[in-house]
Write a protein that binds this ligand. Structure first.
Ligand code: OGA
Ligand code: MN
Length: 296
């Protein structure tokens, strides 16, 4: 298997040509892909038609698979794969997790103690219009800050709160989010992350902040709104149009990204309300430090 890596954006990302992920990758091919994943932060494979079992096997090559907690949307015989999209049963029961938030930049499970290392998203059915996913590099975002701003944000910590986020989502409604039970709330304690981090593998400096979860920033006085608008400036900086790659999906595309080095966002569901979007999603652990659990 001869692999080629073709950059898809000036700051990050590459399309991988010459791979067939339905076959077991040789150690050599795997190492090349793994190195490229760190180098580019985002890899795109086209024309893959992976079964859930094949996607789970590919995911497991990179780290211990995580099981999505919304079990009702996981593939019954393949819990590592969760289904995203707007699939519904005849009686209207959602058969996939639908995110109605529109544009909301984040790293996956940034509110957890060990945020997802790698996310894999595989397009099964795509709508005729809309349903794109957007990406930006937090390494490029850091590099493009002025020296003053770098000095200002270095050393700060950002409090990420899944509960705070879920409460906000419920106010927007009606997606597939639901109120959390007290037990669930306790399961996701708020977590402090260092805002500025050094990537443990690439050694590159970046900043890590998922604005939807942000409840507080050290040195920023006021309520969660004050912290969120402070962070929003950094998100806007990272996501200026020239720093963003917008992926328009074709069936068979598979993207994998480094949640430490990148942020991503879905787009509005409005444009494809009448069409189907079905994606298989998986994720695995990888080296991820710098999070501090907040005592209950
Ligand atoms: C995700 C995600 C965006 C999309 O799977 O983590 O944010 O466009 N998906 O489906
Ligand atoms: Mn996500």
């Amino acid at each position: 298997m001869t692999l080629e890596f073709i950059p898809i954006h000036k700051d990050f990302g590459a399309e991988v040509r010459g791979a067939d992920l339905t076959l077991e990758l040789s150690e050599e091919a795997f190492s090349e892909i793994y190195a490229a994943y760190f180098r580019y932060g985002l890899l795109l494979f086209r024309g893959e038609r992976l079964t859930p079992a094949q996607q789970a096997a590919f995911t497991a090559r990179f780290g211990e698979p995580k099981i999505a907690p919304r079990k009702q949307f996981n593939v019954p015989d393949q819990q590592e794969i969760s289904v995203l999209g707007n699939l519904r049963a005849e009686d209207g029961t959602p058969l996939a997790f639908l995110n109605r938030q529109g544009v909301e930049w984040h790293s996956d499970t940034a509110g957890n103690e060990d945020p997802d290392g790698i996310t894999f998203l595989h397009a099964i059915e795509v709508p005729r219009a809309g349903g794109e996913t957007m990406f930006c590099s937090m390494v490029a975002a850091w590099e493009m800050l002025s020296d003053e701003r770098k000095a200002d944000i270095a050393g700060r910590k950002v409090l990420h709160s899944f509960n705070h986020h879920n409460d906000k989502v419920l106010r927007i409604g009606p997606g597939t989010a639901r109120p959390l039970t007290p037990e669930e709330r306790a399961k996701y304690p708020d977590i402090w992350h260092d805002l500025v981090q050094v990537h443990p593998v690439t050694g590159r400096t970046l900043y890590f902040a998922s604005h939807n979860l942000v409840k507080a920033v050290t040195g920023v006085e006021g309520d969660p709104d004050a912290a969120e608008s402070w962070i929003m400036e950094l998100i806007d900086h990272a996501t200026r149009p020239e720093r963003v790659y917008v992926h328009a999906w074709s069936p068979g595309d598979l993207l994998m990204w480094d949640n430490r080095a990148m942020m991503h966002s879905a787009t509005d569901v409005g444009p494809y309300e009448e069409d189907r979007r079905i994606m298989y999603r998986s994720s695995c652990r990888s080296v991820f430090t710098g999070a501090e659990r907040v005592a209950d």
